[in-house]
Design a protein around this ligand. Structure first.
Ligand SMILES: [Zn+2]
Length: 101
């Protein structure tokens, strides 16, 4: 009985995460293709792989197993990721980079 209860809680949590990811991918769809330039740490960002400066913005949850291992799951935080429009390299940011006008 307890095992069933635990299983149910696990399934509910997974469903919640799945729904949240659908919500995020909805947001992402709206952002995708915008192709913006960004600033972080007072510098305009360039891709570390190819030097391109045009990115698509996306978000990822940090409370994964890896985040738990690193002790980052306390805040249920999201990271901002920028995907290079040229080579698709992904850069991660704890604070959302500013869009350059
Ligand atoms: Zn690149």
């Amino acid at each position: 009985m307890i095992k069933l209860f635990i299983l149910l809680i696990g399934a509910t949590k997974q469903l919640g995460t799945a729904l949240y990811n659908v919500y995020l991918s909805d947001k992402i769809t709206n952002v995708r293709g915008a192709g913006m330039k960004y600033v972080a740490g007072n510098r305009q960002l360039a891709c570390p792989c190819c030097g391109h400066d045009d990115f698509d913005k996306d978000y990822r949850q940090l409370n994964s197993r890896g985040a738990t291992f690193l002790g980052l799951d306390w805040a249920n935080k999201n990271a901002t990721i920028l995907i290079c429009n040229n080579c698709t390299n992904i850069s991660w940011f704890m604070e959302e980079p500013e869009e350059l006008d």
